[in-house]
Write a new protein. Structure first.
Length: 482
């Protein structure tokens, strides 16, 4: 089921198995689904018959369930859509036309850009092509797609052993431009591609700057492009050093792995990192020439998972990390990253462990966080006694449109049917089966949260699989986040 080419690519996930049994069936039910929306590009995913998860639960930070009918009546429903290709470390975005794009792969020999113009119901292949018609991107250690929200340009970048292979396009009905040496410096890992308005540079042929940051093993370094991705040049000092201070006197090696970066409306660059077991942000207000290191919270952040950062149009900055019990916490800065409010634990009530929490923001105060979660884990993290190979993990989205309130309301729900989990076995703290290092979440132009997951619980469902289906999950009919 992980390679659905030639079959309908919307699959019903309603499987009649009690949650306590937590066994996957050998087959999923294939349904013919009607398209939703009044025009192409509509992403109001509300049709019955889509694969579906639970009704979301309304709760406050910390997991206190809300029972007030005026609140619970607004709870969204989970949905899941099959992309029709395999996936590892899936990322996604929305074009200016409201189309969804998703990075996928097949048998680890070709990298694909898949497009959906109807909210995930159907997908077609819009990948960069060679003159022969074959996929231009044939190998990726780390696949990655990013859409510039200001310009709509789509960047597809794949890490090779030596550098990165990047293609970009402004209109999916036209040909891609390909740059086979996009990294700015050979030999790098765990890349992040992002961009936004310049501060001092004058872009050439493109409105925004494009940043490429990567793991140097000991440091986190960045390069930038002023010509829309044609060429990249080093920015300045590393965003993070291997020490648990600013880097003047290294004390211990805290590594260079970091989360995905973002750029604010004023050109400020934010790069998140679990640094020496604490949540930090490296902030540059001069296009990466210099960096300010800000501790987001005094909590212990579990080693390994990428924290996530986002910034809204008013300069409010949002940061998600996992604490030592592997539960997602949201912290917010109202002064462009200088100071941070008290973190809020925002996981769905009843969960005992999560991994790969990632964040996007819409209008000020509106957030969506996607992650894998389980309620199968019992006991302390460092004293596991449960059968790890039987632990089932679902795909969750938590959303809120009022995080600035004194006691914000969150809605959390599974995108998949809990009877059919997305993966089973050991998941985290660093890697989760075939999702590997990270997943993605994006708020659509309509204000609906969509998340890119990897479904390794295909037939049969017993731990990690060599073939993993690419899926997109959503919470529909809830508060609009844009």
């Amino acid at each position: 089921m992980s390679n659905l080419e030639g079959t309908p690519n919307t699959i019903e996930r309603t499987l009649p198995v009690p949650r306590l049994v937590r066994l996957c069936l050998s087959f999923a039910v294939v349904l013919a689904l009607g398209l939703v929306g009044s025009f192409p590009g509509s992403i109001s995913a509300t049709a019955s018959g889509d694969g579906s998860g639970d009704r979301a639960v309304a709760h406050h930070a910390g997991g206190k369930v809300i029972k007030d009918r005026s609140v619970t009546s607004k709870a969204p429903d989970g949905r899941i859509y099959q992309v029709g290709k395999d996936a590892i470390e899936p990322t996604m975005g929305f074009t200016k036309a409201g189309e969804m794009v998703y990075t996928a792969f097949e048998s680890n020999t070709s990298i694909f850009v898949m497009r959906s113009a109807d909210g995930g119901h159907t997908w077609d292949d819009k990948s960069p092509k060679l003159p022969s018609g074959q996929a231009a991107h044939r190998l990726s250690v780390d696949p990655y797609i990013w859409v510039d929200e200001w310009t709509g340009r789509i960047f597809n970048i794949d890490l090779t052993v030596a550098c990165s292979y990047m293609s970009y396009v402004d209109d999916l009905e036209t040909d891609w431009t390909t740059n086979p040496l996009a990294c700015g410096r050979p030999v790098n890992d765990h890349q992040s591609l992002f961009g936004g308005p310049p501060v001092s540079s004058t872009p050439i042929g493109y409105d925004n700057l494009v940043y490429y940051c990567w793991n140097d093993v000991a440091t986190s370094s960045c390069s930038k492009s002023i010509d829309g991705g044609l060429t990249f040049h080093p920015t300045g000092t590393p965003a993070f050093y291997p020490a648990d201070d600013a880097g003047d006197d290294p004390v211990r090696d805290c590594g260079g792995l970091h989360g995905h970066g973002v750029v604010g409306e004023d050109g400020t660059v934010f790069l998140p990192k679990e640094h020496c077991e604490q949540p930090w942000a490296s902030i540059s207000r001069d296009e990466g020439l210099t960096w300010e290191h800000v501790k987001v919270a005094d909590d212990t952040a579990v080693w390994g998972p990428d924290p996530s950062v986002a910034v809204d149009a008013k300069g409010n900055v949002y940061y998600v990390y996992l604490d030592e019990m592997r539960m997602p916490h949201l912290a917010v800065s109202r002064d462009n990253g200088k100071t941070w409010g008290k973190p809020m634990m925002i996981a769905a009530p009843g969960l005992t462990e999560t991994v790969h929490a990632t964040l996007d923001v819409g209008k000020p105060g509106s957030v969506a966080i996607a992650y894998y979660g389980t309620d199968d884990v019992k006991g302390k993290i460092d004293k596991r006694t449960y059968p790890i190979d039987k632990v089932a993990w679902d795909g969750f989205i938590t959303m809120s449109d009022n995080v600035f309130d004194k006691d914000p309301i969150f809605y959390s729900g599974t995108v998949n049917d809990p009877k059919d989990p997305l993966t089973r076995g050991d998941c985290g703290p660093r890697r989760c089966q075939d999702a590997v290092d990270f997943i993605d979440v994006v708020i659509s132009p309509d204000g609906i949260p969509f998340a890119a997951f990897a479904d390794s619980c295909t037939v049969p469902c017993e731990g990690a699989k060599t073939m993993t289906a690419g899926v997109v999950g959503s919470l529909v009919r809830g508060p609009k986040l844009q």
